[in-house]
Design a protein around this ligand. Structure first.
Ligand SMILES: Cc1cc2nc3c(=O)[nH]c(=O)nc-3n(C[C@H](O)[C@H](O)[C@H](O)COP(=O)(O)OP(=O)(O)OC[C@H]3O[C@@H](n4cnc5c(N)ncnc54)[C@H](O)[C@@H]3O)c2cc1C
Length: 432
């Protein structure tokens, strides 16, 4: 595929969802694409919860529901607030196909094969060490062994994106802008999973977990059902782990022992343990998205909607929009920053930057009011349901009065005003 000068149309660094979506779109349009992946195979280095979302995935892989190695079709979404020994769970259940649980080692490998079938050339077990810059334009990449040249280089190298840092498009990640996530895959037989999660056949369930051992911290836990395993994990902002001197694995161990969680994984054997960073900085942490000859996509561009646990969809669609921009650049024969910045406009017109912008103030509010929202009120929700479900001979009105009074004795009026103001401000910025 490469001609004598090792020059191709487009080089993509990273064969995750962003890189593959970009590569497959370009290859289908007839461009010569080389995707360079440091892992043994696409997906071998990837850590994930997780669910992929049907609509955006269909945009890239129209055949994935019937042909990709998906695990289960998620029909249930649970939001569990854990107290020390109790919990309150809200469940939304609908028999549809909004998302599927997948194991990235399998799914990414399949997706990479689809890109190969479309004509992309994938080089595995190769690390891109440096970008090559000539006359203020990125013109290629240096791997351990050789140099490759292209009209455009796409950085799809994930959350750390050392390459974006090398060329000054990204600064060092601040510890408040990333969560360290740890997860385990626990093997259980299919019937046990179906019985414990009230599922049948290929149905799957997602549990989002608040509080418990993460009480008061900017952190969330998660569980996903696979065919014959359950993924359990959590992510906590890195600066909190450092400040509190906590090890995420210890928090995960406590989470697994919680009386609401333990029965779901009892008797299972740990198949896999892994850790990874998740971009959490939101809209305000998005870097400059392109420069002469180079475009950044997916996690490398910090495109994650952490409230909704969405990352793969933003990665795939940003990859696709980057590819469409590059195709326009080929038509114009102009790979300058000004032409490649059409990518930013495309992102702004799509759900990707619209959603990121919707939640632009979320992390600031959560950082400033975390003890209130992620500790005090979480405890209060469980306390309310404890009171509401108790049958103790005390007149109900007395219980209600006691509960309401406790809020005013626990928290100063000024704090309650600050909490209410933070919610109003947040809703204002989300809805308007
Ligand atoms: C624990 C966890 C749970 C998650 N759960 C969900 C979920 O349920 N749903 C969801 O949508 N998202 C979820 N996410 C987020 C999602 O995984 C990411 O947003 C998504 O993988 C980003 O895709 P990407 O292609 O940008 O980056 P990645 O998937 O990280 O891919 C980057 C690729 O680049 C390669 N690479 C890096 N540097 C180099 C180099 N120098 N040379 C060559 N190759 C390189 C890597 O090996 C990797 O394959 C989760 C993330 C974590 C950590």
């Amino acid at each position: 595929m490469l001609n004598r000068e090792n020059k191709t149309d487009v080089i993509i660094v990273g064969a995750g969802p962003a890189g593959i979506a970009c590569g497959i779109t370009l290859a289908r349009a007839g461009k010569e694409v080389v995707i360079i992946e440091r892992g043994l195979f696409a997906g071998s280095k990837n850590v994930f919860g997780g669910a992929i979302y049907t609509k955006p995935t269909l945009e890239i892989f129209p055949n994935f529901e019937t042909e990709a190695p998906v695990e289960r079709r998620n029909i249930e979404h649970n939001f569990a607030i854990l107290g020390e020994k109790d919990s309150t769970t809200i469940t939304y259940r609908k028999d549809d196909n909004t998302s599927y649980s997948v194991i990235r080692g399998k799914f990414d490998r399949w997706a990479a094969e689809e890109a190969r079938k479309a004509g992309a050339y994938i080089v595995e077990e190769t690390v891109v060490r440096e970008l090559i810059k000539e006359n203020d334009k990125i013109v290629g990449v240096k791997t351990e062994l050789e140099e490759f040249y292209a009209d455009v280089v796409i950085l799809a190298d994930g959350v750390n994106s050392l390459l974006a840092k090398q060329i000054g498009l990204r600064k060092d990640i601040q510890t408040k802008d990333v969560a360290l996530s740890v997860k385990e895959v626990i093997k259980l037989d299919k019937e046990t999973i179906n019985q414990r999660f009230r599922l049948k056949d290929d149905e799957g369930s997602i549990v989002e977990i608040f509080g418990g051992p993460m009480l008061g911290m900017l952190g969330l836990g998660f569980m996903y059902t696979n065919k014959d395993s359950v993924t359990i994990g959590l992510g906590v902002t890195l600066n909190e782990l450092v400040e509190e001197g906590l090890r995420p694995y210890d928090i995960l161990e406590k989470l697994k022992q919680h009386p609401t969680i333990a029965p779901l994984i009892e008797g299972g054997t740990i198949k896999e343990y892994s850790a990874h960073l998740i971009p959490e900085g939101g809209y305000k942490a998005i870097p400059q998205l392109c420069d002469n000859g180079v475009v950044i996509v997916g996690d490398a561009a910090m495109l994650v909607n952490n409230l909704h646990w969405e990352g793969t969809n933003l990665a795939m669609i940003s990859g696709k929009l980057a590819a469409e921009t590059v195709l326009e650049a080929f038509e114009k024969k102009d790979f300058s920053k000004s032409t490649l910045s059409i990518y930013e406009t495309k992102l702004k017109n799509s759900f990707v930057l619209k959603d990121m912008e919707t939640y632009k103030d979320l992390m600031d509010v959560m950082h400033s009011r975390k003890k209130a929202f992620l500790s005090y009120y979480m405890k209060k929700i469980n306390a309310f349901f404890e009171m509401f479900t108790s049958v103790d001979g005390v007149p109900k009105k007395e219980n209600y009065h006691k509960f309401i009074k406790s809020i005013f004795t626990d928290r100063k009026i000024s704090e309650l005003f600050k909490d209410a103001w933070a919610i109003i401000k947040l809703l204002w910025s989300i809805l308007l």
